[in-house]
Design a protein around this ligand. Sequence first.
Ligand code: GLA
Length: 713
Amino acid sequence: MHVLTGADVQLIVDARSSRVPRIVHWGRPLGLEGDALAAFADASVPQIASNSVDEPVPFSIIPDVSRGWVGLPGIEGHRDGVAFAIQLSLVDVDVDGSSDPRTAASRTFTLRDEDLSIEVVIQLEALESGLVRTRLHIRNQSDDPFTLNAARLGFPVPTRAAEVLDFAGRHMREAQAQRHALTVGTHSRDGRHGRTGHDASLVYAVGTSGFGFRHGEVWAIQTAWSGNHRTFAERQTNGRTILGGEELLLPGEVILGRGDEYSSPWIYGSHGEGIDGISRRFHDHLRARTRHRTTRRPVVLNTWEAVYFDHQPAALFELATAAAGVGVERFVLDDGWFLGRRSKQAGLGDWTIDRDVWPDGLVPLAEHVRSLGMEFGLWFEPEMINPDSDAARANPEWILSPGHRHPPTSRYQQVLDLQNPAAYSHVRDAIVGLVEELGLTFIKWDHNRDLIDAGRDGGRAAVHGQTVALYRLLDELHERFPDLEIESCSSGGARADLEVLERADRMWGSDCIDAHERQRIDLWTSVTVPPELLGSHIGSSVAHATRRRHRLSYRAMTALMSNLGIEWDLREATDAEIEELREWIAFYKSVRHLLHTADVVRSDHPDPSLSVRGSVARDRSDALFSIAAVGTGVGAPPGAVPLPGLDDAAVYTVRAAAPADGILRYNGHPIPAWWEQGLRATGAALTVAGVQIPALAPDSALLIRVTRLDAEE
Ligand code: GLA
């Protein structure tokens, strides 16, 4: 028996027989050991069912069809049409051999099918954050090639898990939560975009009936992979339920010769109280990365929506000066700076500065930016190539294609074959050269199309290899430039899985900078991505994506809850707007130490027009809450709003943290007096009963600071 504990989460694994190990329990620690543990494991085996195989059907980490499991199989593959019936036996267990310092406990199980010459190694880990994760490696030990079709792993969840929360999404509308009952069958979220996908379910969560942000028992899973992947929940008629994941392999994509190995993605699991409980574990895990930046997260100005492809050096110098004037700390030159890139139709692949637009190169701009006290960052889309580029004209074989024809273009572009050594070196060397020449400290790394019919080498499917090559390229750059920060962007938020976030310092949440939409997108994206990693920008008064017009206060209050940036042509802003923007940026700087280390809390307010998010310091001494009206309220005023996550027994001061210009006053009557005078109350009063907030106009927000009495300055 194996007990793996990380934080307050336990995995109990039965590996006493020669079968594939079985997870007996995933959840709160059960306090079992010795004989009691073994007896409990025995007692957890269900009775043999009517009309079933004549021995108990196991519920193993790799679903084992050879023992009678009739759900999705664990490993699917064959040797030229035979050898499909794999039966693995346990041959070795290695205890606590993980190389990741974030691992609290680990086991490595080695299994073999001697008849079919297949070896499988399962890694299973309980992490310090309370997350659990598993992956497998499969090796062919025969001269006959083994074609792998699928390798699935999963965690069991109890039958009391009754509902699903997962995410849909599209370009400019990421992280759209959806809920449904967890019924019998396979509920599968497949991503075949060749990237993580706008619709990727960054958490696939199941929980007890009616679970919410703060209540109910929740189990969630993420398949941490930036290529094709599946995350699923499978419930059998007898109620047995598995949460699992896999890389979706294309036909013939993985054919293992003798000694070759395929490694699956990590499948992460998070168990906790409410959605906030599972969210905190993801944040803790990412915050414990060795590369996690603990320095202040800078205010960014990104040039995209300010100038698009219209790169005029004088204008961009002026924009940089304006940015520094309002307190921006990092100036990022977006798309449009390289050879022939006057529109989306040309240039990708030609990563040299376009001297027609930048006759003196980019060094003068980089120096101007630095002379203003800001860092300089640059946009790349390294995995892509426009057919209209010198790179494509000279090296047509660099385009991923099935061989006999090209895939359809998307955004006028094709995908560059990173498994081709010459193509790989071409982009790597171009990036290295520009990082050195311009002193770049930041790269916005974009990826703006799905991989369709992505083949190479005369028609071999290439998404798996492309994904692995991307990780290799990022790793190589990080090794060479340890201080270089990389933002993961993919047409907005289409690449935000945990595996790419091992290599990223920021992610761009969405190409939709409309604060109304961003309230929801950022709220849900932050379930896995902590605020300091999530880029959110103040756009111009009229949102480019939706044409909605919002006040600056709402745009600012929305963006500053994450890693604040600006994406607005400040040369067009009025003096009053510049002054107000300067104040919001100063406010962000005064609270970012709290926002970027705190627990994120959210509230299940019955009025769906209210979105409540908070950042509560780990020691509960300080908190900032954002309450946004994302529509007209069911009630006006909306009723008391609980402020979750505080210390019940402590006494706090509650006050308006920033001016609010969306408050509605009816017929000259006063608004709740505490809004102007402040309030003193216990954590219990604030968390359980909540505060009556002033009525809000749709698309406006309040920021509330809650400080424990003994922590007040
Ligand atoms: C993508 C990104 C944008 C911007 C453009 C540039 O859409 O998500 O932020 O960088 O590409 O082409």
